[in-house]
Design a protein around this ligand. Structure first.
Ligand SMILES: Cc1cc2nc3c(=O)[nH]c(=O)nc-3n(C[C@H](O)[C@H](O)[C@H](O)COP(=O)(O)OP(=O)(O)OC[C@H]3O[C@@H](n4cnc5c(N)ncnc54)[C@H](O)[C@@H]3O)c2cc1C
Length: 541
C-alpha cells in the first residue's frame, strides 16, 4: 500500500507534471498509446491466469520464454549449433521487446532502443552478428562498418543558453573552471580504465576490490569526493546516467557512472588528451532504431517457431524436463508445453514470478533489482522544424536541463536531402532523478492519458522549436513500466560480486539484460547467445 508521505509526494509530482501546459493549438494533434498490452502483463501480476487447466498440450525440445533481444539471440545460437526443434513465446504482438520499431503515418521509427555503438573486441558475439548481417566487413586488413548505417554527421547537438551547439557537453561560454573539471574527469576515467577492465559485455569485466568499492557508492557521492562539483559537468553526467540507466547520477553506482565511459571510448574533454580520437562515438542506427536488428533476428524463425501474444504463466522443472504454461491471448487458450530445456529470456521480476520454486539466486536478484519506467513518444511532423541559431539539425538533439532527454530524428539516415515530413522520437526516463522528486513514475504511466505526454513534450521542446505544435500531426506514446534495470549502489555485490556469463539451474538457463544489472543491446544479446549455446551443449568462447 502506498504510504501517506509517498502519496502526497507523488500527487505533488503528478500535479507539477500536469502543469506543463502545451500550446492550446495542440488540439489538432491526433494520437494514442502504442506497443505495450498492459492488460496481459497485469493479468500475470494479478494471478487471474494462474491455476487454469490446460486446453491443449504441445512438445518441443527447447522452449524460449521472451522474444526480446536475449530470446532472439538464444534462438539464433540454437540454430547455429544445429538445434532446430525449439519454440519462442513472446507476450506482445511482435518480437523485439524494448528493441522494436514501429510506424507513424507510414514512416518507420523506434519504439524503444535506437542505436548500437560499434562493438569493441570484448563483444565478439555482437561483432559476428554484425558481420552476418553485412554491416561489418574486412577491407584491406581492417574492419569497416557499412557507411549507410553508421550515424551520419552531424550526430549530436545541445540547446544551451538559447542556441544550438555541436556535441552534448556544454562548452560555449562556459568558464575556464568548467573546462578544467572536464579535463580532470577525463584523466580520472583514463586512470580507472587502466586499473581495471571495464568491459561490454560486463561479464568480461574484471571486478577487483577497487571496482567493488566503486560499486558500493553512489556516482554523485564519488564525484563530490573528487571535488567535481561543476554544474555543467554534473548536468552532463546525470544526463548520461538517465540516458543509459533511466535514473539520475545520485541513484546509480560510481562503477556504473564510470563504466559508461571507461567501457567505450572514454570521456572527451575539449582540448583534452582524447579529444581527437578518431573512433569516438561511432554508432549504428536506423530509421526504426534497433528494430532493424530485431526484425532480422526474427526473420529466419517461421511463424510456427516464433509465437506472439503468448503470456508465459508458469515454468516448472519436472523429473524429465520442463513444463511451461502459456496463455494464448489470441485464441484465449492455455497451452501446456513439455520441453527438455527452457531458456528464460524474461525480465528477472517476471522470471521470479513464473518459475516454480525459484532458486535462491533468482529470488535474490528479483529482490535487489530496481527498474526504471520510461516513455517514448513518436511525433509525426508534416514538415521539418524551423531552427534556432547555431549547430545544424542532427540525429540527436538535446535540451539542457529538461526532464526528457531530447529527441532523435528518424529521417536522419535518409540519403535524399529533400526537406520533407519526418518523425521525431522523444525519450523520457522516469526512474528516480533530481527532475522527478516525489513522482511515482509507474503510477504516472498508468494514470496519465496520452495527451498528457503530448503536452509535456510540446512544452519542453517548444523552447527550441516554437513551431513544433503547428507542424505535429500525430503523437504515438509507448509506456514501459519496467523498462530497464538501474545499476544501483551495491548491485554488483548483491548479484554475486563476480560477473557470470551463464546463469543456470538444472534445465533452466536464464538470459536477459537484467542479469548484467543494466540494459543495452550487447548485454542482452551476449546473454541470449551464451544461454543458447549452453542448452545446445556447445561451450561458448
Ligand atoms: C526506451 C528505451 C530505450 C533504449 N535505448 C537503447 C539503445 O538505444 N541502445 C541499446 O543498446 N539499448 C537500449 N535500451 C535497452 C534495451 O532494453 C536493450 O537494448 C534490449 O532490448 C534488452 O533486451 P532483453 O531481451 O534483455 O529485454 P526485453 O526487451 O525486456 O525482452 C524481454 C521480453 O520478454 C517478454 N515477456 C515479458 N513477460 C513475458 C511473459 N510472461 N511471457 C512471454 N513473454 C514475456 C517481453 O514482452 C519482452 O519482449 C533501451 C531501452 C528502453 C526501454
Amino acid at each position: 500500500m502506498i504510504g501517506r508521505r509517498r502519496f502526497l509526494g507523488a500527487a505533488a509530482g503528478s500535479l507539477a507534471l500536469a502543469a506543463c501546459q502545451a500550446p492550446s493549438s495542440a488540439s489538432h494533434i491526433e494520437g494514442g498509446f502504442d506497443g505495450i498490452d498492459m492488460a496481459r502483463g497485469h493479468a500475470l501480476r494479478d494471478g487471474s491466469l494462474a491455476g487454469k487447466a490446460p486446453d491443449e498440450s504441445r512438445r518441443t525440445r527447447v522452449l524460449i520464454a521472451g522474444g526480446g533481444v536475449a530470446g532472439l539471440a538464444a534462438a539464433r545460437a540454437l540454430r547455429l549449433a544445429g538445434v532446430e526443434d525449439f519454440v519462442l513465446l513472446e507476450l506482445e504482438d511482435a518480437m523485439g521487446g524494448n528493441s522494436r520499431g514501429t510506424m507513424v503515418k507510414g514512416l518507420p521509427c523506434p519504439m524503444g532502443a535506437h542505436y548500437l555503438p560499434v562493438p569493441g573486441d570484448d563483444a565478439p558475439e555482437v561483432q559476428d552478428l554484425l558481420e552476418e548481417l553485412g554491416l561489418r566487413r574486412r577491407v584491406a586488413g581492417r574492419w569497416e562498418y557499412d557507411e549507410r548505417h553508421l550515424c551520419h554527421s552531424p550526430q549530436e547537438r545541445l540547446f544551451f543558453e538559447g542556441q544550438w551547439q555541436e556535441g552534448l557537453l556544454p562548452v560555449q561560454g562556459v568558464p575556464g573552471r568548467t573546462l578544467e573539471q572536464y579535463r580532470c574527469f577525463e584523466a580520472l576515467v583514463e586512470s580507472l580504465r587502466q586499473q581495471g577492465h571495464f568491459a561490454i559485455p560486463m561479464a568480461r569485466s574484471v571486478l577487483g576490490p577497487e571496482q567493488l568499492a566503486l560499486d558500493a557508492q553512489p556516482f554523485d557521492a564519488w564525484l563530490a569526493r573528487q571535488g567535481l562539483d561543476d554544474p555543467h559537468l554534473r548536468w552532463y553526467l546525470d544526463y548520461c546516467c538517465r540516458d543509459d540507466y533511466g535514473a539520475g547520477s545520485g541513484e546509480v553506482s560510481a562503477w556504473a557512472g564510470i563504466h559508461y565511459f571507461a567501457s567505450r571510448h572514454g570521456f572527451h574533454a575539449p582540448g583534452g588528451a582524447a579529444d581527437d580520437s578518431p573512433e569516438r562515438d561511432a554508432v549504428l542506427t536506423w530509421p526504426e532504431g534497433n528494430g532493424w536488428l530485431t526484425r532480422r533476428l526474427a526473420e529466419p524463425l517461421e511463424a510456427r517457431r516464433a509465437l506472439c501474444g503468448q503470456v508465459v504463466t508458469r515454468i516448472a522443472q519436472t523429473r524429465s524436463g520442463v513444463e511451461i504454461d502459456a496463455f494464448d491471448a489470441v485464441r484465449r487458450a492455455l497451452v501446456r508445453w513439455q520441453a527438455e530445456h527452457c531458456i528464460v529470456a524474461l525480465p528477472v521480476f517476471v522470471a521470479a514470478r513464473v518459475v516454480q520454486s525459484p532458486p535462491d539466486f533468482l529470488r535474490q536478484a528479483a529482490a535487489s533489482l530496481r527498474h526504471a519506467p520510461w516513455t517514448v513518444a513518436n511525433v509525426h511532423l508534416r514538415a521539418p522544424l524551423a531552427d534556432r541559431p547555431g549547430a545544424a539539425p542532427s540525429w540527436d538533439s538535446v535540451l539542457y536541463g529538461t526532464r526528457g532527454l531530447g529527441y532523435v530524428d528518424a529521417g536522419h539516415q535518409r540519403l535524399d536531402p529533400t526537406p520533407r515530413e519526418t518523425v521525431i522520437s522523444w525519450y523520457r526516463p522516469l526512474g528516480p532523478s533530481r527532475y522527478d522528486a516525489g513522482v511515482d513514475g509507474r503510477r504516472l504511466l498508468l494514470e496519465r492519458p496520452w495527451g498528457g505526454w503530448r503536452d509535456e513534450l510540446l512544452a519542453e521542446l517548444s523552447a527550441a522549436h516554437p513551431d513544433l505544435a503547428e507542424l505535429a500531426t500525430r503523437v504515438q506514446v509507448t509506456r514501459y513500466g519496467h523498462a530497464m534495470a538501474i545499476p544501483t549502489p551495491g548491485l554488483l555485490a548483491q548479484l554475486g560480486g563476480k560477473p557470470q556469463r551463464l546463469v543456470r539451474e538444472g534445465r533452466l538457463a536464464f538470459a536477459h539484460a537484467d542479469w548484467s544489472g543494466y540494459s543495452i543491446f550487447e548485454e542482452a544479446f551476449s546473454r541470449g547467445h551464451w544461454a543458447g549455446l549452453a542448452v545446445a551443449g556447445r561451450p561458448s568462447a
